[in-house]
Ligand binder design. Structure first.
Ligand code: GLA
Length: 388
């Protein structure tokens, strides 16, 4: 849906008057490397995408918030006094989680008319939910003139909304990439200190292909929280004689010496993934800085292997798609991206191999899995903004 149509839809829904709606956009993100490291205080390297969520919003005199979307049938009109109540498992809980954060910060809100429209596939691991949260947080900050809030505050509010209101114990990566993203740059973030650098990610002669397995992540949330708990358990063993509290603070050399302190092989494998993945992010950033794109691709492949064998969050769909991609000459690296358990892969591909990739990976995936995949050419884009 283009913007003119979106405005039309807004006026059809809410009527026209002098007070014009304003338009905001928050992207989705693709993580290049550093998977399941964020909630362990580790490193990540995500990029903001050209796909995302648009929000048209207008202040209202009445004490009611009206929420609608072009993607979902469900819409709601909620009185200001009812904003802290969840609505079953509806999409409006993402914006409501943000309203709840404003309430917790004692920032009074007024009524609004809001229309959302997204072009990120849902449940694909490209952060459609963080994108809804961030576009809401940013738009409310502007409309309520809440100048005390900086971008990092909006990022933290969105993460808290997800943790407290939605109940997913996710890390900060998605919101951070959406808040701080920049065209042609990857965000190298230390999730423990929140220090970050924007690393040039100009892919001259290469393209990023996102492959959607179209396998929805039904059980993702419970399995995700299970991995979070397993990492906390690993830390109770490894942290006994040290003052570190997160797996991301332990180097691979240290882990190598300490790993026997974890009695259970399954928990040891979880820790091995996080700690080795953290080192891979550091290596990936130095290979980008050196312009060694081959090495970068090899690290993507190694990341997938560890997510499959140590962290066990891939599954047959992601493994089949990544396996088909890695066989092709001209594919430098391929891995799952996001939480896993279905969702998307990301592959770094020579420009002249894009058609062959889509053809061959698409065919092999469909033959083996029986689901038609979807492919997108990613463009590394800016973070959340107002569109004037
Ligand atoms: C999801 C979460 C992120 C991160 C990734 C895995 O996208 O929202 O915080 O943990 O999974 O790296």
């Amino acid at each position: 849906m283009n913007l003119a149509e979106l405005f039309k839809k807004f006026f059809l829904l809410y009527g026209t008057h002098e007070n014009q709606p304003r338009c905001f956009f928050a992207p989705g993100r693709v993580n290049m490397i550093g998977e399941h490291t964020d909630y362990n205080g580790g490193f990540v390297l995500p990029c903001a995408l050209q796909y995302g969520t648009y929000l048209l919003i207008r202040s209202l005199a009445e004490p009611v918030v009206k929420l609608a979307s072009t993607n979902m049938e469900f819409s709601a009109e909620i009185p200001l006094t009812g904003l802290n109540q969840k609505v079953n498992s509806q999409w409006v809980n993402y914006p409501l989680g943000i309203f709840d954060q404003f309430r917790q910060l004692n920032i009074p809100v007024n009524g609004f008319e809001m229309l959302y429209s997204g072009d990120i596939p849902n449940s694909a691991g490209l952060s459609s939910s963080a994108s809804i949260e961030m576009v809401t947080a940013y738009a409310l900050t502007v409309l309520l003139n809440a100048r005390q809030l900086e971008m990092i505050d909006l990022v933290k509010m969105s993460q808290r909304a997800e943790n407290e209101f939605i109940g997913l114990n996710c890390g900060i990566m998605d919101m951070f990439a959406i808040g701080m993203g920049k065209k042609d740059h990857a965000i190298f973030l230390n999730c423990l200190t929140l220090e970050y650098k924007r690393v040039s990610f100009l892919l001259d002669g290469f393209r990023l292909i996102i492959g959607n397995t179209n396998k929805k992540r039904g059980l993702a949330d419970s399995k995700y929280n299970e991995r979070v708990a397993e990492c906390q358990l690993a830390m109770t063993y490894l942290g006994r004689d040290t003052d570190v509290s997160k797996l991301g603070e332990i180097s691979f050399m240290q882990f190598y010496k300490m790993q026997e302190q974890i009695p259970d092989e399954l928990i040891r494998k979880r820790a091995r993934h996080v700690i080795s993945e953290n080192q891979r992010v550091l290596n990936a950033v130095s290979s980008l800085l050196k312009g060694d794109i081959l090495q970068f691709g090899a690290l993507m492949n190694a990341s997938h292997e560890s997510l499959r064998d140590n962290y066990e969050v891939t599954g047959i769909e992601l493994d089949t798609m990544v396996g088909a991609a890695q066989k092709i000459n001209g594919v430098l690296g391929s891995r799952m991206t996001g939480a896993g358990f279905g969702g998307c892969t990301v592959s770094l591909v020579r420009e002249n191999t894009v058609d062959r990739f889509i053809d061959e990976v698409g065919r092999e995936y469909q033959e083996k899995i029986g689901i038609e995949p979807t492919f997108y050419l990613a463009e590394v884009s800016d973070g959340v903004k107002e569109i004037k």
